[in-house]
Write a protein that binds this ligand. Structure first.
Ligand SMILES: CSC[C@H]1OC(OP(=O)(O)O)[C@H](O)[C@@H]1O
Length: 348
């Protein structure tokens, strides 16, 4: 496998702890923090020190392995009960990204199949490592498929951060740009700042600059003007959950961009691994949308910008209906409409 970026891994298993790139401190401080307990892992997911659907899932999987490894029970039944509590706790951290529940289900299956405590501890670590390695491989393939959709010299707009630091490596929506850089394939990226918590400004701009990708930051309200005046050739975003009909939950603001793409007649791509699909949901209307604390709106980086006691509404995600999505890029290839018919050919 070829290396594409100089980016650090954002999540690492270190036997007695998990080492995490603190995404809340970026871009001013590049800080690695150590997580020694399931509580630390829960808190890091909740507070967005680790974020991005695949990264949340694999961090939670390592969290289960950590909790299991630290358990002192001598009775297998008691051990399984304790680890199940950890799984439930981690599942309550964030509701929208289905990768979290997908990864925890894999860990639960391993736990339930184990015949002894030492075997369970070992198998849980191996499973978490497998989830990590598989994600890295899936993202590299997404990058290959995604890049095939772009032409040299294209200007592409993205939203939030669906990059290497939101996954095991490479990213989903940003993977094609990392590969393009490695191959000296010229592409310009426009990154929306992504209010309220600025994943675009703080993370995507930082990540792409680390890799030497040509990135231009805009504020969210500049998207329409930029698409019109900067000859944007397409939009690519990540995803937190994709229903069986292709409806896609992604960072708040994505729906507006999909409507703009439709208006201006440019393609709107979603990039996601198969672990982001939730085929148990017929459509996006049943995707649970996380609502976060209003302080994320009334403060920017610790500075108050709104009156005391103003009412707020802070949904973290929106759902883009399938008819606005040109295609969905997965590790198994590019899915085109009709999604109800085509998704099962690529994802099971
Ligand atoms: C690689 S999926 C990235 C995904 O993460 C997002 O949200 P958050 O920062 O709240 O975890 C977002 O919707 C992105 O597209």
């Amino acid at each position: 496998m070829t290396t594409t970026t100089a980016l650090p891994y954002s999540v690492q298993w270190d036997d007695t702890h998990i080492t995490l790139l603190n995404q809340q401190a970026l871009p001013t401080i590049t800080e690695f923090i150590k997580l020694y307990s399931v509580e630390d892992v829960f808190d890091s997911i909740l507070k967005l020190k680790v974020r991005g659907a695949p990264a949340i899932g694999l961090t939670a999987a390592f969290g289960v392995a950590l909790g299991a490894n630290q358990d002192g029970s001598t009775d297998l039944g008691e051990f399984k009960q304790n680890v199940t509590k950890h799984i439930k706790k981690l599942a309550s951290s964030r509701p929208t990204a289905v990768n979290l529940f997908w990864a925890l289900k894999r860990m639960e299956n391993i736990l339930q199949a184990a015949k002894s405590i030492p075997a369970a501890k070992e198998a849980l670590i191996l499973e978490a490592k497998a989830i990590f390695t598989e994600d890295e491989e899936m993202c590299r393939k997404i990058g290959e498929h995604g890049l095939s959709l772009f032409a040299e010299g294209d200007s592409i707009l993205t939203h939030c951060n669906a990059g290497g630091i939101a996954t095991a490596r490479y990213g989903t929506a940003l993977a094609p740009f990392h590969l393009a850089k490695e191959r000296a394939f010229p592409i310009k990226v426009y990154a929306c700042e992504t209010r309220p918590v600025l994943q675009g400004a703080r993370l995507t701009a930082w990540e792409l600059m680390q890799s030497g990708v040509d990135v231009t930051l805009i504020s969210d309200n500049m998207a329409a003007h930029t698409i019109h005046h900067k000859q944007i050739n397409g939009i690519i975003v990540g995803a937190d959950r994709i229903a069986a009909n292709g409806d896609t939950a992604n960072k708040i603001g994505t729906l507006g961009l999909a409507i703009l793409a439709n208006h201006y007649g440019i393609p709107f791509y979603v990039a996601a691994p198969s672990s982001t699909f939730d085929l148990s949901l017929e459509s996006g209307t049943s995707i649970p949308i996380e609502e976060r604390n209003g302080d994320e709106i009334t403060f920017i980086q610790g500075v108050k910008i709104a009156p005391d006691n103003v009412k707020t509404f802070n949904p973290a995600f929106d759902v883009t209906p399938n008819h606005l999505i040109t295609s969905i890029i997965t590790e198994n290839g590019i899915i085109s409409p009709d999604y109800v018919k085509n998704i099962p050919l690529f994802v099971n």
